[in-house]
Design a protein around this ligand. Sequence first.
Ligand code: 5AD
Length: 351
Amino acid sequence: MNNLSIIINKLSQQHSLTNDEYKMLLLECSKDDVDHLARLARKETEKIYGKNIYIRGLIEISNYCKNDCYYCGIRASNTSCDRYRLTDDDILECCKEGYALGFRTFVLQGGEDPALTDDIICNLVSKIKELYPDCAITLSLGERSKESYKKMKQAGADRYLLRHETATAEHYALLHPSKMSFDNRIRCLYDLRNLGFQVGCGFMVGSPEQTPDMLAEELKFIETFKPDMCGIGPFIPHVATKYHNYTAGSVDMTCLLLSIIRLIHPCVLLPATTALGTLAPNGREKGILSGANVIMPNLSPASVRKKYMIYDNKLSDGDESASALDSIKNKINSIGYNIITSRGDVYKPKK
Ligand code: 5AD
């Protein structure tokens, strides 16, 4: 056996590698190794979740954001961004449509909009829970205080997505203004976990100035933090950011990382993200064949979809749209998987 085969074996048996071994996998895998890792990853997914692909209805509730992340199209200083905020009625209408289509998880995602106070969010969460007690609610509203997260949990929210963006503090400092801190981001993730949320973290692949060492650090972070969900997608430049002429991340590298993450932490819920679908016509299917098992079609009202433009050409219609669920189902079936309309909670092994 060559070195790489030994490393792949070790990964699939021990779910852990050194940073140097992760780096070797990322840099030296042949096409055959990549295919082998994807097969192993699919096998792990199937052991726990079968051939089921979970769907989440994504509702982008506001594109106002007080932050100024240098890579993001809805950053505060982008004055060309046409801002919107959905009303409770708009959001409940999206849930109604989503419920009828079969969605049993609603993801309320937004920028860090100061107008979205704890009271507003908690009220909304309670209303949705009252109307749809069999549905899970995932929030993705950025960094907040532990008190705020606690109120949201008490109001009935089940899960929280907060991508850490990069696991290297210096890289974090490069991609964000000095007002934001890596430590606070990580504090949020641990607070959320301690409050009983199912927690999702995640990062961009090929983000500006990212190195293979940093990607190895990402994998070590996943190994240590063991998130319930992990959202990764290629970085895609946005015209109104300072990284507008940077190269986008790679679909193949994203898929390789999906396989490795699946092998590190087999029960993680792993979405095939919109960014993957934006860069490759069959990106979502590729993601699933690499070990992803979640898709998050867009349930936002058509009138605002194009306004949540975190990167150029972000998909929001066609098969990205929740209303295209039949077509999405057919595509997923054609690669041997099934869309499942249950809540799709994370699998927690019994202790
Ligand atoms: N390319 C890809 N992903 C991006 N995000 C923000 N900007 C970009 C971009 N230019 C991701 C971040 C953020 C999520 C909402 O979208 O990871 O957490």
